[in-house]
Design a protein around this ligand. Sequence first.
Ligand SMILES: [Ca+2]
Ligand SMILES: [Ca+2]
Ligand SMILES: [Ca+2]
Ligand SMILES: [Ca+2]
Length: 189
Amino acid sequence: MKSVKFLSCFCLGIVAWIGSAFGAENCNFRRGDVNGDNVVNLTDVIVLNGYLGNTNITSTSNTLRLRAADVDNDNDVDGQDVVFLQDFLFSGGPQPPPPFAVAGLDPDCTVFIRGDANGDGRVNSLDPQRIVDHIFFMNPLCVLASGDANGDGGGLDSSDAAFVIDFLQGQNAGMKAPFPRAGILCDCP
Ligand SMILES: [Ca+2]
Ligand SMILES: [Ca+2]
Ligand SMILES: [Ca+2]
Ligand SMILES: [Ca+2]
């Protein structure tokens, strides 16, 4: 029954994704640009506060760009990032670490949440869609490990999309770490 259910979800997903399948995700970000509008301002503080105030990991609201939300680059997303961003914007504090002046990729360690394939800080119905987008439509995930929902060592396939669907339906034990708090993937030399 589980495989039938997954196939049903899978086919519905294919229809839903077909329109956006060829628009590759832009993985570059500016640290502190929490809402991804390429400007770092008060709106980002508000969005970050909204995210932190809603601790429901499966919520479809209060999402953000998780990598940009680690404003102080300490590999976690928490209240300290709000303080850092406010200090920078309004009190002459230091600017966020790179990438900041110009959008780019994280030069050292990238925060991610397992199962949060689209990097919006939540694990919800958009994430199995994003995994299939990666597998079948050549739209690579920005952080490959985020899509390895079943935690089988980095392999990414349709079983990871199924794992997220089962998780959302309360039918498995849930994700391995990092989850629900962000963890890190280091590409350091
Ligand atoms: Ca912004
Ligand atoms: Ca942080
Ligand atoms: Ca997500
Ligand atoms: Ca996997």
